[in-house]
Design a protein around this ligand. Structure first.
Ligand SMILES: *Cc1c(COP(=O)(O)O)cnc(C)c1O
Length: 447
């Protein structure tokens, strides 16, 4: 997010009281940043693909499962990649039409598969058993009402973060292509099913080098060529190359960018772009991460064993991965004063501090020993690059509420910042209701 827009938004969030005594933490989304990321994605692939070739950029909903975000992305020409009935419902609530939705999930039930086919939503089968379920659903119809593909795992290896590496030898996703007999089985699966028309590979994500991702897509492309050759016609007419572009969490620079990735893909897999294959992409993190920040109040500033600790309202409940896997998911933290102005360092320079969250366990730390201007009670901290995966994957520890999320426009020439509600903060009444309040006496009466 551009520094000026960030500074304007933080200040305005305080002035317009999005953050207050009873709302000590909020999420902010830079609408201009989201629009520009979406436009950048489209432009990068338009540059490399034969003119007129259909391309669907399906946003991976799990990265920001927020209806207004899906709608904004749809306005920018994107569709949705969904992996559960909930995500599908969100995409539909955002007005995304079935022809612009792709269903991937390793555990689709028969009911989910049937619904997707009935609606005309593209489905990528994960494994042989799922393909058998689809056989039964497609029945004797010449063609299912929606495009159906098969996910393969090219087993090209993992990246820096185990939990984010989808193409390892033993990954749970897709048909493991290099296992004994697997490739021949896949070719036969297509030969026997004229309606199986897509091949899907998602090789990512955070921590994976672009070359590894490109190698995985090259393997999928070569397999598609082999299958079409075996069938004797272009049965596979679309390739779904997944998402997974890593995000730089260490500075405001957007690197790698979509253009770099698209150019690399064109060099590594030229045939992918010559117009014979429709293209589907499924980017998530790289579309949203840079456009979001969490803003939280410092409730107390204390010290233990000589270590200054800022106790804030942003912790594991919203930065779950950062707290539990800090090496894999470090976040930049900025310090602001109570009015939302960048906090200046004192003469002694930055002070190494722990930035703690509100949860009741010792490891609830966003950053350890992080040099920052010394924080005081009432100051604010901003967690940067949190637009993807941080706002919609709440962890209900300590019954802490999901914070409100607000989009902002800070592009006006007069410096005025306008906010729009993306999601209301969760209320106490909602928390109590979700925690079984209706059944308060159920256990006591059971005997
Ligand atoms: C999560 C996921 C994506 C998006 O990955 P990002 O790293 O957020 O870009 C795309 N496709 C599938 C199948 C996924 O599971």
């Amino acid at each position: 997010m551009a520094t000026t827009r960030r500074e304007l938004a933080v200040r305005a969030a305080v002035e317009q009281r999005l953050l207050g005594p009873d709302q000590p933490v909020v999420g902010l989304l830079d609408v201009a940043g989201i629009r520009s990321a979406a436009a950048g994605l489209r432009a990068a692939f338009e540059e490399v693909i034969a003119p007129g070739t259909p391309v669907l950029h399906a946003f991976a909903v799990k990265a920001a499962a927020l209806v207004p975000v899906l709608r904004l992305l749809a306005d920018e020409g994107l569709g949705c990649e969904v992996a559960s009935p909930g995500e599908l419902a969100l995409a539909r609530a955002a007005g995304v039409t079935p022809d612009r939705i792709v269903l991937d999930s390793p555990a689709k039930t028969v009911a989910e598969l049937r619904e997707a086919l009935d609606l005309g939503i593209a489905v990528n089968a994960d494994n042989p058993q799922e393909l058998e379920r689809l056989d039964a659903l497609v029945g004797h119809r010449a063609a299912p009402p929606s495009p159906v593909g098969l996910r393969v795992n090219p087993q090209v290896g993992g990246g820096r973060i185990d939990a984010m590496s989808t193409a390892t030898a033993t990954s749970k996703f897709g048909v493991a292509l290099q296992d004994p007999g697997a490739r021949a089985w896949v070719v036969r699966a297509f030969v026997e099913r004229p309606w199986l028309t897509r091949l899907h590979a998602h090789v990512g994500s955070q921590g994976c080098p672009l070359e590894l991702m490109a190698a995985g897509i090259r393997a999928a492309y070569e397999l598609a060529e082999e299958i079409n050759e075996a069938v004797g016609r272009q049965q596979i007419d679309a390739l779904d190359i997944g998402g997974g572009l890593p995000v730089n969490f260490t500075s405001d620079e957007v690197t790698p960018g979509y253009r770099e990735y698209a150019q690399l893909l064109r060099a590594a897999v030229p045939g992918l772009f010559d117009g014979r294959y429709k293209l589907v992409t499924e980017f998530g993190r790289s579309l949203l991460a840079k456009s979001g920040l969490v803003l939280a109040r410092v409730e107390y500033a204390k010290s233990a064993g000589g270590r200054p600790i800022a106790v804030t309202h942003a912790g594991a409940q919203l930065a779950t991965r950062t707290v539990f896997a800090p090496e894999a998911w470090p976040l930049r933290v900025l310090a602001y004063d109570a009015e939302g102005r960048p906090k200046a360092e004192t003469g002694d320079g930055p002070v190494p501090q722990d930035i703690a969250g509100p949860c009741c366990f010792a490891g609830d730390l966003i950053a350890r020993d992080r040099p920052l201007p010394e924080l005081a009670a009432g100051d604010l901290v901003a967690l940067l690059d949190t637009g993807a995966y941080y706002f919609s994957n709440h962890f209900a520890y300590n019954s802490l509420p999901r914070p409100g999320i607000y989009g902002f426009d800070a592009t006006s020439a007069d410096g005025e910042v306008r906010f729009a509600t993306v999601r209301e903060p969760q209320t106490m009444a909602e928390i109590v209701a979700e925690s079984g309040a209706r059944h308060a006496l159920s256990l006591s009466r059971l005997r």
